[in-house]
Design a protein around this ligand. Structure first.
Ligand code: ADP
Length: 194
């Protein structure tokens, strides 16, 4: 089995590529989904967060993410506390999913991870696949298709590593500056090449 690390800045088209690779038969490990799963009601991390931070549970018992973010990113110590609770669970669940992928019989595992490069997880995979589009185009798509306001889109892009750093870590780059159809053709070509 070959493992592909799929990454790209917000609004680059990463989710679109991930869906296509799933259609083509890849086993997908979705890092955002893992991060949400480990704090679902009933999960030990949620109880630990509720104990470590004040008022981070909604009335229905789910996590109040905005309140957690407000407290957890207020000081380096609070961030450390958050990471100490969540990171080991995320790591364990991710490893479990990689194992499931290996046992599934799929020939390709795609680790869909926005922070693949930022978190130094490039060496977890055989091949780094980066979806790329110019910042202005990403902002336009985030505003038009995802309903973000422009300042928010700019702030989110500015908080991530820059385009050049991401591109320099890539083994393959998919250029999403054209149409959706053009992007999907590139994904299919990449898949055939595997
Ligand atoms: P990411 O997962 O990288 O944040 P998405 O795949 O969700 O990005 O794409 C962001 C938005 O832009 C989505 O609404 C998507 O449908 C749209 N989009 C992606 N690629 C294109 C394209 N080539 N042309 C037009 N819209 C696109």
């Amino acid at each position: 089995m070959i493992t592909i690390g799929l990454t790209g800045g917000i609004g680059s088209g990463k989710s679109t590529v991930s869906s296509r690779l799933a259609e083509l038969g890849a086993f997908i490990v979705d890092a955002d989904l893992v991060a949400r799963e480990i704090v679902e009601p009933g999960q030990p991390a949620l109880a630990e967060l509720a104990e470590a931070f004040d008022g981070v549970l909604n009335p229905d018992g789910t996590l109040n993410r905005a309140e957690l973010a407000r407290q957890a990113f207020a000081t380096p110590e609070a961030t450390k506390k958050l990471n100490a609770i969540t990171h080991p669970r995320i790591r364990a669940r991710t490893e479990e999913l990689f194992k499931q992928g290996r046992e599934s019989g799929a020939e390709v595992l795609v680790y869909d991870m926005p922070l693949l490069i930022e978190n130094g997880e490039v060496n977890k995979v055989d091949h780094v696949l980066v979806v790329d589009a110019p910042d202005e185009l990403r902002i336009e798509r985030l505003v038009q298709h995802r309903g973000l306001d422009e300042d928010d889109a700019r702030r989110r892009i500015a908080a991530q590593i820059d385009r050049e750093t991401r591109l320099s870590a890539a083994d393959t780059v998919l250029d999403n500056s054209g149409s959706l159809e053009d992007l999907l053709t590139q994904v299919d070509g990449f898949w055939d090449g595997l």
